[in-house]
Design a protein around this ligand. Structure first.
Ligand code: SF4
Length: 494
């Protein structure tokens, strides 16, 4: 189905197209005259002196809705004007869409970005009280009271741990990307390559070593230390013990110092773990490990292409405890094929029995290029929305009742049920890397395949992103260019 959109000026489209997609998830947006379109939407903005007027209409088979609003801008500071106009544009479009469809289109209101908690942090920095923040989220941003409460709670839990001010420029977070997995999960768009026993990783690992050395030099030259390290992927634990040992010897030589408070290894697939590999990681300096079952139902694990079962997860967690890990994270996904209340409950009970310090509950997002999107389409999940929402609420209730606090939160595109991903933690075990990666006040340097870097300018807080190639061969070929580009960027934000 098609929805024809017209905007005056044309740039309004950028501000509101995601809201339109939320209101009409099964429609394609077109921006030219299309007689066959089932829905037509028009929106205009007229900015004159200190006044802006929005007008717009939606026509569909069943009805026609029109709106017009005028706002006065005399109180608005010049450097705030762009942000303010953007907010008014989205609010007008949101109200028009809600009035026409007759229902809420997004529990996060006009917020469609990945990091809604950042907004609350900004409000806290402006000195706003909780009452003022709640009021602004629900009225200006049109958020549901429940979501406003949730992001305020997450913000107040993690605010003390989010690096800011001078500290943000003296320390960095480091991400090491190992873009290999033993196979491809059904729902994953997969960032790298499938690793098969015996594959040579030599050229990738040599490039990784070169990049680590190059970046460590500029950190030394600019007097910055590494606060947290996250070794992710892919599945870093596909590496052999000898390869992991070498990786950690590089980390210890170039990056780890007394300022390094947290070193996480993502051991995503339990089937890549052994007791001795876990001991090696612990002895080498890792103090946080992620063992990610996604679900504790064996039938689903087969359906999503994982080579481990529930029993393998339990075994791996026990080995990690024996190796001395005191901070274990476990990732779960709500919305996997054919799962419902019973499956979610079983997973939640099994996970609680293992008592990990962190539990991250993801809402399934069907990513472009994943086998799931190719086979089922990205809209088919719409039928499961209610089950997914119930599953998320059930997990939240379970984990909160067992002393887990929500401490970080982000959203993704194509996420089911207009929901979010939430990191829960027992008190005293918040993950620094996750908090600061979402908060975007600290520079994060990504090294390795598919690694994303975020360079934060201390003068104005401006953020520049940079991405390493996901394909390991392309990464290895281009590593010298990547190092040079990142060294320049790190010097520029010094
Ligand atoms: S383990 Fe993670 S990165 Fe690897 S295929 Fe599965 S979901 Fe994707």
């Amino acid at each position: 189905m098609l929805i024809q959109t017209t905007f005056q000026p044309a740039q309004l489209y950028e501000a509101v197209h995601e809201l339109i997609r939320m209101a009409y998830p099964k429609h394609d947006l077109v921006r030219v005259e299309t007689p066959s379109a089932q829905v037509k939407l028009n929106m205009q903005m007229d900015l004159q002196d200190q006044r802006v007027t929005f007008s717009g209409w939606i026509i569909s088979k069943e009805k026609e809705t029109a709106r017009k609003e005028t706002y006065f801008l005399d109180e608005i500071e010049r450097d705030e004007l762009h942000r303010h106009l953007n907010r008014l544009t989205r609010r007008f479009a949101y109200d028009l869409l809600v009035e026409h469809t007759g229902h809420s289109i997004n529990s996060y209101g006009i917020l469609t970005g990945m990091r809604p908690v950042k907004l609350v942090h900004r409000m806290l920095e402006q000195g706003m009280s909780p009452i003022q923040i709640r009021e602004q989220l629900t009225s200006d941003f049109r958020m549901s009271p429940e979501k406003a409460e949730l992001i305020m709670e997450v913000a107040s839990n993690n605010y003390p741990f989010a690096v800011r001010g001078p500290q943000a420029y003296k320390t960095v977070g480091l991400y090491i990307g190992i873009p290999f997995c033993p196979s491809r999960c059904y729902y994953c768009s997969f960032p790298g390559a499938v690793y098969r026993a015996g594959d040579s990783l030599q050229s990738f690992l040599q490039a990784l070593e070169r990049e680590m050395e190059g970046i460590s030099q500029v950190l030394n030259d600019t007097g910055r230390s590494v606060q947290s390290i996250y070794i992710g992927g892919g599945t870093p634990t596909v590496l052999s013990e000898a390869e992991l040992d070498l990786l950690f010897s590089h980390l210890n030589r170039w990056f780890i110092s007394p300022a390094t408070l947290e070193i996480t290894v993502e051991a995503g697939r339990p089937d890549t773990l052994t007791p001795s590999k876990l001991r090696l990681l612990k002895d080498a300096g890792a103090n946080r490990i992620c063992i990610n079952p996604q679900t504790m139902n064996n039938e689903t694990l087969v359906k999503i292409g994982r080579a481990h079962d529930r029993e393998g997860v339990v075994r791996s967690v026990n080995w990690a405890r024996e190796a001395g890990f005191r901070q274990i994270n476990m990732d779960l996904i709500v919305g996997l094929p054919d799962e419902g209340r019973q499956e979610y409950q079983r997973t939640a009970e099994d996970i609680l029995a293992l008592a990990p310090e962190n539990i991250t509950v993801h809402t399934l997002a069907v990513k472009r290029g994943s086998p799931m999107a190719e086979q089922e389409g990205r809209e088919s999940v719409g039928d499961r929305v209610k089950t997914v929402q119930e599953g998320l609420i059930m997990m939240e209730t379970f984990f909160r009742a067992n002393n887990y606090k929500p401490y970080y939160l982000y959203r993704q595109k194509y996420m089911q049920a207009s929901m979010e991903n939430i990191g829960y933690s027992l008190p005293g075990h918040f993950c620094l890397y996750n908090i600061n990666m979402i908060e975007e006040k600290q520079t994060i340097i990504g090294i390795g395949g598919g690694a994303a870097s975020k360079f934060v300018n201390p003068r104005d807080g401006e953020l520049k992103s940079f991405y390493n190639p996901k394909n390991p061969a392309v990464y290895a070929e281009s590593v010298d260019r990547l190092i040079a580009a990142k060294v320049d960027k790190l010097k520029a934000v010094h």
